[in-house]
Design a protein around this ligand. Structure first.
Ligand code: C2E
Ligand code: CA
Ligand code: CA
Length: 391
């Protein structure tokens, strides 16, 4: 039954790639993203957990990987053209494919190398792909490195050769498995292990990425312990390519001279996890303003796209903030939530107005959104942080 899904997807070209941003904790920018495959069925998305394993068993995975490589070549050009950013795109290769003799040729045929081009890609391999035949793995990896690919170890820590892979393989990045990140808040031993992994990677000049990061506490801990990059729902789920490009444009340009909302220290509440959420919202507001300004008649599409990004992101942020406040029994939680609801009402008005296509009204409502946002930052969020820091 599973291979039917795959067969149908291959025949009808139903595969697609989503992109999940990785936030660099030193620069607060998106410098890389992981490509993740989905099947777009008329009934919705089919996730890889439902078809990758059986594709590995049947061998269909090789064809799927080839499809992925081809799409990556196209997508990466599109992303760099549309976002004007030089992002590193990472992608997954199945161990079933990697261990085949044909793997390297497949890759070379499709990527059609120039060093310049391929250096923007990072191949994610699991320890499992490497241990079958260490010599073969190293020689393949060396060849990939010659072409300019970066190499990362995916799901680091849950395989059984972690130290070996650090010692023998020519890798650039390790991605700490979500299982470790999940334990940050409640397992002192895991915390020590992650500290040691980060320490070890610093010594070895490897980049460390944390996977599956979902909470304020995890972001705060990873920031304070000098992890390099974060990937997870706290910042963004994997996004369809057009949304992803818009997200990158909103996040990475906030400090440019012609930003409308200039982010500065005044707005910081001295908490990395919340500050970065606020910066992202400010970034999306900026883009929304730009689109409103640029358009004579409201061409709904671009404005709408940034609006829906804003709407979604505000949900992500409010949910994280409200959960955090409740968990710490912050006495101002209820009034803070009320304030959030007001903002949601404004957003709602804004969206209804957009569909009426009245530019003047949209402008006015946008100004109200902006005022609310900055005031909320300066007053309510700061008050909350004062309480938090005084505990
Ligand atoms: P992975 O490489 O470990 O990818 C990370 C998975 O974690 C992704 O699931 C991603 O959506 C999910 N994730 C990211 N952040 C969070 C978070 O904060 N919380 C939670 N709960 N999950 C988070 P996805 O997209 O369903 O992919 C599952 C697996 O399928 C991947 O695990 C990878 O092993 C495989 N896969 C995905 N795309 C490809 C592909 O193009 N080729 C091959 N060969 N395998 C792929
Ligand atoms: Ca991966
Ligand atoms: Ca992983």
């Amino acid at each position: 039954m599973h291979s039917k899904i795959i067969q149908k997807a291959i025949e009808n070209n139903l595969f697609t790639l989503y992109y999940q941003p990785r936030i660099n904790l030193h620069t607060n920018k998106i410098e890389s993203a992981e490509a993740l495959i989905r099947i777009e069925d008329k009934n919705g998305l089919i996730m890889p957990s439902e078809f990758i394993k059986s594709a590995e068993e049947s061998g269909d995975i090789i064809e799927i990987d080839r499809w992925v490589f081809n799409r990556l070549v196209e997508d990466s050009r599109y992303i760099s053209m549309m976002s004007s950013e030089d992002l590193t795109i990472s992608f997954n290769v199945s161990s079933t494919h990697f261990t085949q003799p044909l793997f390297i040729e497949d890759l070379e045929n499709i990527f059609n190398f120039t060093i310049d081009f391929s250096s923007k890609f990072e191949i994610e391999l699991t320890e499992y792909a490497l241990i079958h035949n260490i010599k073969d793995a190293i020689s393949k990896m060396d060849r990939l490195k010659k072409h300019g690919f970066k190499i990362s170890i995916d799901d680091f820590g849950i395989g059984y050769s972690s130290l070996l892979s650090l010692k023998d393989f020519p890798i650039d990045t390790i991605k700490i498995d979500k299982a470790f990140i999940d334990d940050i808040q409640n397992n002192a031993k895991t915390v020590k292990i992650i500290e040691s992994i980060i320490y070890l990677c610093k010594k070895l000049d490897l980049k460390v990425v944390a996977e599956g990061v979902e909470t304020v506490e995890q972001v705060t801990w990873l920031y304070e312990n000098e992890c390099d990059e974060i990937q997870g729902y706290y910042y963004s789920e994997p996004l369809p390519i057009d949304k992803f490009v818009k997200f990158v444009k909103a996040v990475n340009r906030l400090d440019s001279k012609n930003s409308y909302i200039v982010w500065n220290q005044k707005y910081s509440i001295n908490n990395y996890a919340f500050d970065t959420h606020h910066m992202i919202i400010a970034g999306i507001l900026n883009k929304l303003y730009e689109e409103l300004k640029n358009q004579e008649m409201l061409q709904k599409t671009e404005v709408d796209a940034y609006f829906s990004l804003l709407d979604r992101y505000v949900d992500i942020h409010f949910e994280a903030e409200e959960k955090f406040m409740r968990d710490m029994d912050y006495p101002g939680t209820d009034s803070h939530i009320k304030a959030h609801q007001e903002f949601k009402k404004l957003l709602d008005k804004f969206s209804k107005n957009l569909s009426l296509s009245s530019k003047k009204n949209s402008y006015k409502l946008f100004m109200m959104l902006k005022e609310w946002f900055l005031k909320h930052e300066l007053i309510m969020d700061k008050k909350f942080m004062l309480y938090y820091n005084a505990r």
